[in-house]
Write a protein that binds this ligand. Structure first.
Ligand SMILES: Cc1cc2nc3c(=O)[nH]c(=O)nc-3n(C[C@H](O)[C@H](O)[C@H](O)COP(=O)(O)O)c2cc1C
Length: 168
């Protein structure tokens, strides 16, 4: 085996999972950000975690509001999923810019994309500094699904968003 670094390892482990992290902005609208670094943590109680760069606007929003929905986007919006990872919601309305159709979920004022396979509605429990990221540990409140939507993954490191079938 040869010695490599962690970014190279993350490319070699692709396809990696991909989510759109949905948070509430001060004006009540929703911000979307692409996040690959998320994981299930516990089924009982239901908990998940994800890591975001310290500078991310989404991080600021979840630290303030304590509410977040992680969604697994459907294949119909794979270009928009890449777009949500290329700009910050601090000064851009990504939903309008990328033309993403949204839907409401019961019990939340945060919207999620209409093309969503799974939506995991969470309350922030705690967050920890981990190097250049914060790790957000969340209690899961409700989970929604639409099995007709096909899940997407991040391929070639984080260069391409595609379904498991389309990726290769
Ligand atoms: C495929 C892909 C995966 C990404 N995964 C992560 C991630 O796991 N954590 C992270 O902090 N940023 C990740 N990003 C970058 C963020 O989406 C990007 O910094 C975004 O501008 C943050 O938006 P915000 O400032 O509105 O929160 C990823 C981008 C792409 C395209």
């Amino acid at each position: 085996m040869e010695t490599i670094n962690l970014p190279k390892a993350s490319a070699l482990t692709s396809p990696n999972p991909v989510t759109l992290v949905c948070t509430r902005k001060p004006d009540g609208s929703t911000n979307l950000a692409t996040v690959s670094w998320w994981t299930y943590l516990s089924f009982n109680p239901s908990m998940i975690a994800y890591a975001m760069a310290k500078t991310s606007f989404s991080g600021e929003m979840v630290r303030e509001n304590k509410k977040v929905i992680l969604t697994i986007p459907g294949a119909a919006i794979k270009e928009a999923v890449m777009g949500c990872g290329m700009s910050t919601g601090r000064n851009t309305d990504k939903i309008e810019k990328l033309g993403i159709e949204m839907q409401s979920v019961p019990g939340s004022d945060i919207q999620v994309p209409a093309h969503t396979r799974v939506a995991i509605q969470c309350t922030l429990k705690e967050f920890h500094e981990v190097g250049d990221h914060y790790l957000y540990i969340c209690d899961v409140e409700q989970v929604f699904a639409d099995e007709k939507e096909e899940a997407v993954f991040a391929w070639n490191g984080y260069a391409k968003i595609a379904t498991a079938k389309q990726g290769e």
